[in-house]
Design a protein around this ligand. Structure first.
Ligand SMILES: [Zn+2]
Length: 266
């Protein structure tokens, strides 16, 4: 059992933290960035930040070896890691022997160059539905190649309404359209928001301040995540602890761990 917990100042009960969005690669390289995506680096960052568990998101379109690497890691340490692979339909058979550590499937429209409403994405949704697993969509509204209208938050609202058989997690909360993400998660029982990455860009803005006040009414649907190695995990965790400090402890607990545990069945 891992006992990493964080004592929030002034609170009696420590709040367990789960990171629902982290990337590691077999080589430790992260595309052409200077970031280090090694498992050693992630484990060290988790220990330093009081994070007990992490959901690993390998990007199969970049390297299928990374998918295998993450699945093997989770198989060895199932109490610490689960995997939400971004993987093509043709490669889904790879997951058969890892069913117990697969916590969902990921779709990354801008990196994979796919329209979220396309038949190929529908096939992934069908697979997730068949497995009874959630689908994590990258909803960061920025792409040099995919038209922005295809990444509009309304697209995910319609997907959620058309596929009520699936639980959706909108990674990066449709940044910068946080208020659209908020209303989509409010409107659709099967939509959750992940808080990864965008806090780095939104820090010190009224937008983030307002969003965090609205989270008081959305604590059942928001899930903490970092987007390691894109952010400094300790600083990013501290940022959200600061922004969510005004919430009652039970609501913080929902956001930092309970929602992730329920959605990803950790
Ligand atoms: Zn990511």
């Amino acid at each position: 059992m891992y006992q990493y917990t964080l004592q929030i100042i002034g609170e009696e009960e420590p709040v367990e933290i789960i990171d629902c969005h982290a990337h590691v690669t077999a080589s430790g390289q992260w595309f052409d960035t200077p970031y280090e995506a090694s498992i050693e680096n992630l484990e060290e960052a988790m220990a330093r930040s009081g994070i007990a568990r992490a959901v690993l998101i390998p990007l199969g379109h970049a390297s299928i070896e990374d998918v295998r690497f993450c699945l093997d890691l989770a198989k060895k340490q199932p109490e610490k890691f689960a995997v939400v692979p971004q993987i093509n339909v043709a490669e889904l058979s790879l997951l058969t022997e890892y069913k117990d550590v697969v916590a969902g499937l990921k779709v990354h429209p801008s990196l994979q160059q796919v329209d979220p409403a396309s038949p190929e994405v529908q096939e992934i949704l069908d697979a997730a539905s068949g497995m009874g697993k959630p689908v994590v969509f990258d909803t960061f509204m920025q792409s040099t190649t995919i038209p922005i209208r295809l990444l509009d938050p309304k697209v995910f609202d319609e997907l959620a309404k058309n596929r009520r058989d699936i639980t959706f997690v909108l990674a990066h909360s449709c940044w910068p359209h946080l208020l659209d993400a908020y209303i989509i998660a409010k409107a659709n029982k099967n939509v959750y928001l992940d808080l990864s990455y965008f806090g780095k860009a939104a820090d010190n803005t009224y937008l983030l301040h307002d969003f965090c006040h609205l989270l008081e009414k959305l604590d059942q649907k928001a899930i903490f995540g970092t987007d390691f190695p894109e952010v400094d995990v300790a600083a990013y965790t501290a940022l959200w602890q600061r922004y969510l400090h005004h919430l009652p402890e039970d609501k913080q607990k929902r956001i930092f761990s309970d929602n992730a545990r329920e959605v990803f069945r950790l």
